[in-house]
Design a protein around this ligand. Sequence first.
Ligand code: TYM
Length: 331
Amino acid sequence: METVVSGIRSTGNLHLGNYYGAIQNFVKMQHEYNCFFFIADLHSLTTHPTPDNLHSNVKSVLVEYLAAGIDPDKATIYVQSDVPEVAELYLYLNMNAYLGELERSTSFKDKVRAHPDNVNAGLLTYPVLMAADILIHRATKVPVGKDQEQHLEMARTFGNRFNRLYNHEYFPEPYAFNFSANLVKIPGLDGKGKMGKSEGEGNAIFLSDTPEAIRKKVMRAVTDSGPTTENQQKPDEIQNLFDLMRVVSTPDTIAHFDNLYNTMQIRYGDLKKQLAEDMIIATAPIRERINDIAGDAAYLSKVARHGAEKSRESASKTIREVREIIGFRNF
Ligand code: TYM
């Protein structure tokens, strides 16, 4: 059976981009593959969280994974820092990761632009840690959104380079995966790029948002002053709203508003109301489970401990073999 690995950084609550880009696939894949889904708390250290924030963010991702339907009896759910073998593999892979290629990574360049005062080495080698996450279980499929595609390419590069260096076909090539034909990019509500936590207040709809919060954010989404000719191409901010509808609304609803747009009769207020209600319906079952699960400390602790154990079993086997391949020998 093929092995699947994916993770989400613990920097706060999960949003619809995380859900439709990644988690929805996790939930489906757990029935068909040997799955490892983790909470990337080591990755979150690049932005220096306080100890309290670190733990509460890890907890909220764990709760939301479970609330979204990842079943700890089917998939292995674990916290990245509970598996020190990941950090060890990261160290080995770092020896064969080159400054030039790391500096060329789009996400590194974006981070440097956004936070020029915090360009730490962890940020530079972020894709190496991500490769270690995947290669530690020798996974071949990685359910992620479109923004992670370049990181997957780097993971293949590092794995292949290791294999070549030691002349050993050890790591298989991991590929980004989505059940639909293409990787997904869910837009935000600001009329510009993708939905994301760090893209500004009101840009993201969180799985834990109340119906009122969802309505408020959607009603404030950026729009234009309306179409001026029939069948005209939609500007980005309007296309984004239709793209969001595509994930939460029925085909009939989309066709209805598409038709109103094309005949210049659209009222954006109506479209937004419908979009908000469909988002509320889509997230309701998850939202309802979040509170129940968050209050069950014993269950969370059991899931995390069980996941750490299963993940370490797989990871320590890889590390034993990697050490052997590299040439570490016992006296
Ligand atoms: P992160 O935490 O930024 O995002 C987690 C997952 O959500 C997806 N995603 C989106 N998909 C579509 N549209 C969006 N607007 C959107 N926003 C986020 C991301 O593509 C991702 O799948 N480096 C990773 C975490 C990670 C990881 C790994 C993933 C660490 N190690 C190993 C896979 C395998 C990250 O920061 O994702």
